[in-house]
Design a protein around this ligand. Structure first.
Ligand SMILES: Nc1ncnc2c1ncn2[C@@H]1O[C@H](COP(=O)(O)OP(=O)(O)OP(=O)(O)O)[C@@H](O)[C@H]1O
Ligand SMILES: O=C(O)C1=C[C@@H](O)[C@@H](O)[C@H](O)C1
Ligand SMILES: [Mg+2]
Length: 163
């Protein structure tokens, strides 16, 4: 959460001239309300069910799919991520992410949480992020343009390796 998936995904899609879909945005569009409202009125379990449905449906989409930070929390999503495409994990020092998102009202799991609780959530997810990734990009201390440049370089290397 707060690693920059949506921000970087959007920029990368402009650079690569391809489509970009964000699972959080798709959920909000389909539900006609915000994630904060979904969590408040229907609960996290409902949100997670919707998230899996939307992730499954991205099989039909071409381009960049950016996901919610908790997408790897379920085994079914982990399997889907492996199956659906090439998965990139934007790794970042958790303290940097906490600073960006702590108490952000749009992120229900970041509200009223201490720094320690946020870091614990990240640590509990970390093995699954790593297992689900085809490529890991460390973005710690990188600005948005620097992250984009690093990502672009890694993708180019990969394309050269595949040719
Ligand atoms: N490398 C970066 N350096 C500084 N700020 C950044 C960086 N990447 C993203 N941000 C900022 O951090 C905030 C969170 O970014 P973003 O919404 O892209 O994260 P996310 O990974 O999509 O989070 P979520 O898992 O909640 O969807 C935004 O305000 C964004 O501008
Ligand atoms: O890390 C998480 O569990 C979340 C991250 C966001 O992208 C949203 O999907 C939602 O706020 C939950
Ligand atoms: Mg996002």
């Amino acid at each position: 959460m707060g690693a920059g998936k949506t921000t970087i995904g959007k920029e990368l899609s402009k650079l690569l001239k391809c489509s970009m879909y964000d699972t959080d945005v798709l959920i909000e569009l389909e539900e006609g309300t915000t994630i904060a409202e979904i969590f408040a009125n229907k609960g996290e379990e409902y949100f997670r069910k919707k998230e899996t449905e939307i992730l499954q449906r991205t099989e039909e989409y071409e381009g960049i799919i950016t996901t919610g930070g908790g997408i790897i929390s379920s085994e079914v999503n982990q399997q889907l991520l492996k199956k659906l495409g090439f998965t990139i994990f934007l790794q970042c020092d958790p303290l940097q992410m906490v600073k960006r998102i702590q108490n952000d009202p749009t992120r229900p799991l970041a509200r009223n949480k201490s720094e320690r609780e946020m870091i614990n959530l990240y640590q509990s997810r970390l093995p699954y992020y790593k297992e689900s990734a085809d490529m890991i990009i460390d973005t710690t201390n990188l600005s948005i343009p620097e992250t984009l440049k690093k990502l672009e370089g890694c993708i180019q290397e990969l394309e050269l390796g595949n040719n």
